[in-house]
Design a protein around this ligand. Sequence first.
Ligand SMILES: Cc1cc2nc3c(=O)[nH]c(=O)nc-3n(C[C@H](O)[C@H](O)[C@H](O)COP(=O)(O)OP(=O)(O)OC[C@H]3O[C@@H](n4cnc5c(N)ncnc54)[C@H](O)[C@@H]3O)c2cc1C
Length: 412
Amino acid sequence: MHSTHPARPRALVIGASMAGLFATALLHKAGWSVDLFERSDVELFGRGAGIVTHGELLDALVESGADIERLGVAIKDRIAIDQSDNVLEHLDYHQIVTSWDRLHQSMRATIPDGHHHLGCNLVSIDQRDDGVTAHFSNGRQEHADLLIAADGYRSGIRGMVMPSVQPIYAGYVIWRGVADEAAIPASARDTIFDKFAFFLPPNNKIIGYPIPGLDHALDVGRRRYNWVWYRPVAPRTLETMLVDEQGNHHPVSIPPPLVRQELIDELKDAARRQLPPSFSDTLAVIERPFFTPIYDLFSPKMVFGRIALIGDAASVGRPHIGMGVAKAASDAQVLAHALGNRALSIDDALAHFEKERLVEGRMAFERGRTLGEYLLANEASEHAADDAHWREFHSVTGILRNTASSDFLKAL
Ligand SMILES: Cc1cc2nc3c(=O)[nH]c(=O)nc-3n(C[C@H](O)[C@H](O)[C@H](O)COP(=O)(O)OP(=O)(O)OC[C@H]3O[C@@H](n4cnc5c(N)ncnc54)[C@H](O)[C@@H]3O)c2cc1C
């Protein structure tokens, strides 16, 4: 273990999405010199769609110095509806729901341009006992005391240090899209728009909630509705869905604009036949819904010498928990607090970070899988005979209460 702590240590953060932005902002506040590198040539925009917020996320935003005024739409109700749009169950549940773009805008503003580098694709790392050298495909080289890998669930850096950890397909996909509030037929708007709404036929979850408009507008009429359908898809079928109009196969996941039109037509057709009018009419006004396969990923280590994995690079909680950004922010917070403690060496601070965050990462990972069981459940399922488990995670009441909730972390 190294006992020395340079006067102003330096960190390189790789990946300028949510985890990278939080790490850069918070580590800078902890007295480090930090530079953030993103392979995209242009500012990130439009990743994902809706993001559900939690106390943990709001706390990290405030600590980062991000502007959280008018952050999102405040919803008060969760409802489950039946095939005919009748409300089956209602739950009082107050939550702010926002968009990826709105969060990105707030966090991006916390990073000075001089420390935010686009067009920098990390290709290799040399590691010494007391630091790292990062090499980028444009020929750039950077030296630092620490490298933070915030490069997502397909992390190339994790591939270098822990190649055995790979995403494993969970057996279902999430179809998503956003509808302009003004374009949604009035009857659908009246039934679901200002609610966190659920339709739960066997092995399918359809959910939706309002989010800010494209320009982050919160005014009535200018917002959008985040529309989601989790559907089981056999691995072989998934392979065919990952082929674009040109016949190119995209391993793991296909970029949204490349999803074939025939798949979108099939989705809309299935929605007309299977979903309540409010959800199918809302989908009808979404021009290009897209799908993402759901993967499980958990790295049992987050620290490799002077390399630390955070956010989705370290582990992924399936989207049912709606906590990916909150988890990334908490990873960054714990890392920055430990590294800002000058009583600890950098290596001891990293050990502290790993010990604390592996526990919560494991809880988020397990909770996401448990909530996802509903998609593939049948009579022979492991927990079919366990009534308490069934009520908590397979009943309408349980799903309403546990989806996109961070309450399970209270057990910590
Ligand atoms: C369908 C779906 C719904 C979701 N819903 C929610 C929700 O409601 N609430 C929520 O909190 N979370 C949600 N999430 C999760 C959330 O989007 C992620 O957990 C969150 O964005 C954290 O991601 P990250 O920053 O770790 O990685 P990413 O967002 O994947 O970013 C990684 C970044 O690293 C960059 N990069 C990769 N390799 C390199 C390289 N070699 N060099 C330089 N840069 C590189 C990439 O370009 C990218 O910008 C959802 C996810 C999915 C898939």
